[in-house]
Design a protein around this ligand. Structure first.
Ligand SMILES: [Zn+2]
Ligand SMILES: [Zn+2]
Ligand SMILES: [Zn+2]
Ligand SMILES: [Zn+2]
Length: 355
């Protein structure tokens, strides 16, 4: 019997929803309620991530540590599935949709709470209830952003259930999170200088960091020390009037507030890397592509050796060229001739062609 991938995917998502609902119900129960709320919550998070991977191919959610890969065993659930480490690796290397560093950190916090619950007796956890629930809320926010954002094409059939789940979690978790944020703020408020008010949680806890792209262009990162909300903007001189301006991320033909002329990411590309820059000789005149925003020519080298997307402001540490389509970008895997990159589908006969 062949595997019906669509059906298996739907069942996996429904299973994830089931664990999430169970986790919510457990939270209201006395005694061991919190323990099961944590365990079921983390199980749900992993199942959503596994569903994303399964959509690509069922074999990808079977752990490579198990020697044989049997379709019959998979169908009856007799296999060891991928660990969180392997999930991160698959998303990055095989699917080219890596989890961002802060997303990994947020999920990992929840994973550690869960490990404490299942691996040994942990008598103090009830005192940490507010913190645990606040951490779960951040991890859910990150996952929800992926499900309805970057991965929207994969999960679109389940949007209404995901949305309902989101609202339930928000309502139920709110008081725990409010108490925990207050406690955190009381701890750090004396240490914050020049912090700005966070539009998300309301605390004056947003600190800023400046990253120099070139000597005249800098990225300004804002991070809330309480809720970890994050945003970014670019400070540059307007290519037309040369006055200093602030450009928001993912802009599309931004209008300079000083001279009213339009600015596109191509203008910023030329500001950072004039056409005479020698990477043109290296890669036959092409600029580089960005998988986050999908442009083929928005990425330029930075002075420090990293690469900067002038549209979505992502920073990458390396670029590779796809063996099949020739596009240079951050999203080229090991077998690009065969599997393609984010900008092409590759060629199934690549191995015959290239041998
Ligand atoms: Zn905040
Ligand atoms: Zn201007
Ligand atoms: Zn980009
Ligand atoms: Zn390609």
């Amino acid at each position: 019997m062949p595997i019906d991938n669509e059906r298996t995917f739907d069942l996996l998502v429904e299973n994830a929803m089931g664990f999430m609902k169970r986790s919510l119900a457990d939270l209201s129960k006395p005694e061991d309620g919190l323990k099961y709320a944590v365990i079921n919550f983390y199980t749900a998070i992993e199942l959503f991530l596994k569903a994303r991977i399964l959509k690509e191919h069922w074999t990808l959610i079977v752990s490579p540590s198990k020697a044989s890969l049997s379709m019959n065993k998979f169908l009856v659930g007799d296999f060891k599935s991928v660990s969180f480490e392997e999930i991160k690796d698959r998303l990055k290397e095989t699917l080219n949709t890596p989890l961002k560093k802060d997303v990994v950190a947020n999920i990992d916090k929840v994973r550690q709470h869960r490990n404490k619950m299942v691996h040994f007796y942990h008598p103090d956890y009830k005192n940490e209830k507010d913190e645990i629930i606040a951490d779960q809320m951040e991890a859910w926010h990150d996952l929800n952003r992926l499900l309805i954002g970057d991965w929207k094409d994969v999960f679109s059939e389940h949007f209404s259930d995901i949305n309902e789940m989101h609202n339930q979690l928000k309502t139920k978790y709110k008081p725990y999170r409010a108490r925990y944020y207050k406690e955190q703020y009381d701890k750090i408020k004396g240490t914050l200088t020049n912090a700005e008010k966070c539009s998300y949680c309301g605390y004056e806890a947003v600190t800023k960091e400046i990253i120099n792209i070139t000597k005249d262009i800098s990225l300004i990162e804002y991070r809330c020390r309480i809720c970890r909300d994050y945003s970014v903007e670019l400070q540059a001189s307007c290519p037309h009037c040369r006055k200093t301006i602030i450009i928001p991320e993912l802009y599309d033909n931004f209008v300079c507030p000083k001279c009213d002329k339009q600015i596109s990411y191509n203008d910023i590309v030329n500001e950072i890397s004039p056409p005479s820059y020698d990477h043109h000789d290296l890669y036959s005149g092409d600029y580089y592509g960005c998988s986050s925003c999908g442009h083929t020519d928005s990425v330029v080298p930075m002075d420090d050796g990293n690469y900067f997307c002038t549209c979505c402001f992502s920073i990458y540490d390396s670029m590779d060229t796809c063996e099949w389509c020739g596009q240079t970008s951050n999203a080229v895997g090991e077998y690009s001739g065969l599997e393609g990159c984010d900008f092409c589908d590759g060629n199934p006969e690549w191995n015959d062609l290239s041998s």
